[in-house]
Design a protein around this ligand. Structure first.
Ligand code: NDP
Length: 253
C-alpha cells in the first residue's frame, strides 16, 4: 500500500493493541506511538509488554499503559473488569487493534487435536469477542472510533491443513461484518486486515522451511495499519483489506 501518513496522524488518539508484546502487534504499537497516539498495550506476558513500553518511551512517545490478559483463559467478567480498569485511566478508546492470535496445528482436519482446536477458537474468536463486547462502550465515546480485526488469507478461502486457524479467521471476518452493520449509523467503523505472509515467530512456525528474508517485515506492512486507525479511512467500514495487495497466499518461493 502506498500511503504517506502525516507524522501527527494519530495525535491525541487512544489506541489499544492486543498481542502488543511481539511480532506485528509490537510493531503496530511502536508505529502508532510514533504518529502521536497514546497506546494501550495488551498481552499475556508482562515482561515483554514492559520492553515495548520502554521502547516507546525511549523514542519519546506518549506515556503508555499496559494490562495483561490471557485470551486463552479469559472470561467475559475478566474482560469487563479490564474495561473498567481502562475506563479509570482513559476517557475513551479511538481505536482497538485485535492482533493477538494463536496458530494451533497445521495438519489435516482428521488429525486436528480437539483440545488445540478449542484453544485456537478460544483465543482467536471467543476471547476476542468477550474483549470486544467489554470495550465497545469505550469505543463509542470516540467521535471516530476504529475497530480492526486481524484476518488471514485462509479466513477468506479455505486451504488444506489450516484447520482451526482457518475456521477462526472466517469467524473473525464474520464478526467484523456483523459489527460493522450494527454500528453503521454510529461513529464506529469496523474492518479487517489480512497482513499477508510477514516475518514473525508465528509465520516461522507455520512455514519452518521458508526463508524469512523473502518475507515483508512487520514494519513494511504498517501503512495499512496506520491508515485504518486514522481519519483518512473515516468512511470505510465492513471491509477486509490486504496489507500486501497482490501477494500470492502461501509459502514464499
Ligand atoms: P506472533 O506469534 O509474532 O505474535 C502473536 C501475538 O499474540 C503475541 O503478542 C502473543 O503474545 C499474542 N498472543 C498469543 N496467544 C495469546 C493469548 N493466549 N493471550 C494473549 N495474547 C496472546 O504472531 P504475528 O505477529 O505473526 O501475528 C499477529 C496476527 O496476524 C495474528 O492474529 C495472526 O493470526 C495474523 N497473521 C499473521 C500472518 C503472518 O504471516 N505473520 C499472516 C496472516 C495473519 P506472546 O508474546 O505472549 O506470545
Amino acid at each position: 500500500m502506498h500511503y504517506q501518513p502525516k507524522k501527527d496522524l494519530l495525535q491525541n488518539r487512544i489506541i489499544l493493541v492486543t498481542g502488543a508484546s511481539d511480532g506485528i502487534g509490537r510493531e503496530a504499537a511502536l508505529t502508532y506511538a510514533r504518529h502521536g497516539a497514546h497506546v494501550i498495550l495488551l498481552g499475556r506476558n508482562e515482561d515483554k509488554l514492559r520492553d515495548v513500553a520502554q521502547a516507546i518511551a525511549s523514542e519519546g512517545g506518549a506515556p503508555t499503559h499496559q494490562y495483561t490478559l490471557d485470551l486463552l483463559t479469559c472470561t467475559p467478567e475478566e474482560c469487563q473488569q479490564l474495561a473498567r480498569r481502562i475506563a479509570a485511566d482513559y476517557p475513551r478508546l479511538d481505536g482497538v487493534l485485535h492482533n493477538a492470535g494463536f496458530l494451533g496445528e497445521v495438519r489435516p482436519m482428521d488429525q486436528q487435536t480437539p483440545e488445540i482446536w478449542q484453544q485456537v477458537m478460544q483465543v482467536n474468536v471467543n476471547g476476542t469477542f468477550f474483549l470486544t463486547q467489554a470495550l465497545l462502550p469505550l469505543l463509542l465515546q470516540s467521535d471516530s472510533g476504529s475497530l480492526v480485526f486481524t484476518s488471514s488469507s485462509v479466513g477468506r478461502q479455505g486451504r488444506a491443513n489450516w484447520g482451526a486457524y482457518a475456521a477462526s479467521k472466517f469467524a473473525t471476518e464474520g464478526m467484523m461484518q456483523v459489527l460493522a452493520e450494527e454500528y453503521q449509523s454510529r461513529h464506529l467503523r469496523v474492518n479487517c486486515i489480512n497482513p499477508g505472509g510477514t516475518r514473525t515467530g508465528m509465520r516461522a512456525s507455520a512455514f519452518p522451511s521458508e526463508d524469512p528474508l523473502k518475507l515483508k517485515t512487520p514494519a513494511d506492512i504498517m501503512p495499512l495499519y496506520l491508515w485504518l486507525m486514522g481519519d483518512d479511512s473515516r468512511r470505510k467500514t465492513g471491509m477486509t483489506f490486504d496489507a500486501q495487495p497482490g501477494r500470492k497466499p502461501g509459502i514464499s518461493q
